[in-house]
Design a protein around this ligand. Structure first.
Ligand code: ME8
Length: 538
């Protein structure tokens, strides 16, 4: 159920998170995919008039970061500082990510609160000391079950490999502290049952339910063979397991044990966006930790599929050499934000190819959308001196356009805002763009313009007003996805003096016909989607 802006404004924020990413390397297309999705979702809810909190950040502890830093001859903290300031934050700025906060797990606001959380669980008898031996993947920072390992071949013959990283696991034997995760299986299953939307998509939900039904093992939550982590408060020889540390960012960043008012206004998350590789941590371990502490559970854990390049999951270890910046310098930032959400059904795996991006850019962005905007502005300029004319009588054709816009608004709002079906929502808007193009083709304003009679002028005014007002709606609906383009279009329509900024426009009002006033100063602004240069050679 979508709350209206006014209902939500004073109460709890709509809280969206991305994973906090490991800083062992620079961000790649996969990280940007999840983060852009989070940005679009939170911008959408802001345009519903809701109070929103959008969090991203970095995961800086653990063996993986420690080893990378050692290899590079610096301390883990120096390594993390360098990557955050030189790679992660600049990319999010470049991609116009409007996060409200950026949490780093090495910040004191986080480490102190994590120690308190873990101490609390210990005091409640949820944590005990025990021994464990098993295969561990440093890439995943996770103990694996023997049954899920792959047999190595070639260089790795005779060794067991992690199914995700395809690199050998290490057998670890340690005395650790354990969280009684096995106590929570039934409670988790009851929660999944009572909240069918808790895990999205359906395939991810089924996988988690099956996994939990098989029975949960207690979780090792400390490590003692290295020290790059947050010390266990009652036993400083151990550091807290990096995943327990990392998951708690969603609480510490919004005031857990520190700012109660902020915490109550924000926590728990409405949506945790994650890749399906880290689904179990978010849909099993995290809710069990919260149950143990008596804290409320998140509304939804939504898993995106894998972005594939050449049939392989895109990852740091199989980098194909395409960086987000390589694509934005060719296609532009807005087209980049649009492309992955448009081309891939959220939750499914999807392949990226330069050719597919080019083809969609040209046909959907440049031809369908960009040309419509420039044609309408040019005709208002040519036939009405750049002053948007008042429409005369609307006929059947105009009514169909009004209905088309209202339908696009309702559909995009439900799909993007509620269902996280970004592709479906974007398509609903582009179907409307096609409808408006079809309307102009049929109405032929360039022919009507030859008729100088009062009737002819009135008809021309109606057609051009209808097209411009349609574009007003499109600019509002696409603003969360392509903010820079919507701003250009908003400027070209001369909408701001009467209506305010495009980001201030409410989704709920986007389909109300007639908001753009006659008399608005329409100018032929910048080309929204310039023709692409030749593909750069690698
Ligand atoms: O797992 N396709 O961090 P990480 C789609 N620090 N999404 C992808 C992707 C791909 N090929 N590759 C990466 C961690 N991602 C932990 C998270 S959260 C408390 C701790 C995205 O740097 C996707 O969201 O390995 C995935 O879950 C995340 O990046 C993993 O980032």
């Amino acid at each position: 159920m979508a709350a209206t802006g006014s209902e939500k404004q004073g109460g709890k924020a709509y809280y969206v998170t991305t994973p906090i990413y490991y800083v062992n390397d620079a961000p790649h297309l996969g990280h940007a995919y999840t983060t852009v999705a989070g940005d679009v979702l939170s911008r959408w809810h802001r345009q519903r008039g809701e109070k929103v909190w959008f969090l991203t950040g970095t995961d800086e502890h653990g063996q993986k970061i420690m080893r990378t830093a050692q290899t590079n001859g610096v301390t883990p903290q120096e390594w993390a500082d360098k990557l955050v300031t030189e790679s992660w934050k600049p990319l999010w700025e470049h991609l116009e990510i409007a996060n409200d906060d950026f949490i780093r797990t090495t910040q004191k606001r986080h480490t102190d609160r994590v120690q308190e959380f873990v101490q609390d669980l210990y005091d409640k008898g949820e944590i005990y000391k025990g021994g464990y031996e098993g295969p561990y993947c440093v890439g995943c920072e996770e103990y694996k079950l023997p049954g899920e390992l792959l047999d190595g071949e070639g260089d790795f013959a005779g060794q067991k490999l992690c199914p995700i990283h395809k690199t050998p696991v290490e057998i670890l034997s340690e005395e650790n502290y354990f969280f009684k995760l096995s106590d929570y299986g039934d409670k988790l299953l009851a929660h999944y049952e009572a909240n069918p939307g808790f895990i999205q998509p359906e395939s991810a939900r089924n996988e988690v339910v099956n996994f939990v039904r098989q029975g949960l093992q207690d979780l090792s939550i400390s490590r003692s063979t290295f020290d790059w982590g947050i010390p266990i408060p009652w036993d400083a020889k151990h550091v807290i397991y990096v995943w327990v540390d990392a998951l708690l960012n969603y609480a510490t960043a919004v005031g857990y044990n520190e700012n109660q008012a902020k915490f109550e206004d924000t926590f728990p998350a409405d949506v945790h966006l994650v890749g399906k590789d880290i689904l179990r941590f978010h849909a099993v371990i995290w809710p069990a930790m919260l149950m143990a502490q008596g804290l409320p559970l998140p509304g939804r854990v939504a898993a995106n599929g894998w972005l594939m390049v050449g049939g392989e999951k895109m990852s740091k270890s199989n980098l194909t050499g395409i960086k987000p910046q390589d694509l934005t310098s060719h296609f532009g930032v807005d087209a980049y934000r649009w492309y992955f959400l448009r081309a891939i059904a959220f939750g499914q795996d999807g392949s990226f190819s330069w050719e597919d991006f080019s083809a969609r850019y040209t046909s959907e962005l440049a031809n369908d959308y960009g040309n419509l905007a420039s044609r309408v502005a040019a005709m208002v300029g040519k036939y009405f001196g750049g002053e948007l004319p008042a429409p005369a009588a609307d006929g059947e054709a105009e009514k169909a356009v009004h209905e088309g816009l209202a339908k696009a608004v309702a559909e995009a709002d439900r799909r993007i805002g509620d269902e996280l079906d970004f592709q479906g929502g974007i398509l609903a808007v582009f179907d409307f763009v096609k409808q408006v193009n079809g309307y102009l083709t049929e109405q032929e304003p360039w022919k009507v313009a030859k008729d100088d009679s009062a009737e002819g002028r009135a008809r021309l005014a109606t057609i051009l007003y209808t097209a411009a007002e349609s574009l007003r709606g499109v600019a509002v609906l696409l603003n969360p996805v392509m903010p820079d383009t919507s701003q250009k279009l908003w400027d070209s329509l001369g909408a701001e003096p009467a209506l305010g900024t495009v980001a201030d426009q409410k989704v709920q009002e986007a389909g109300t016909w007639g908001r753009l006033p006659a008399g608005s100063v329409v100018t032929k602004g910048a080309i929204l989607f310039p023709r692409l240069e030749e593909k750069p050679t690698a």
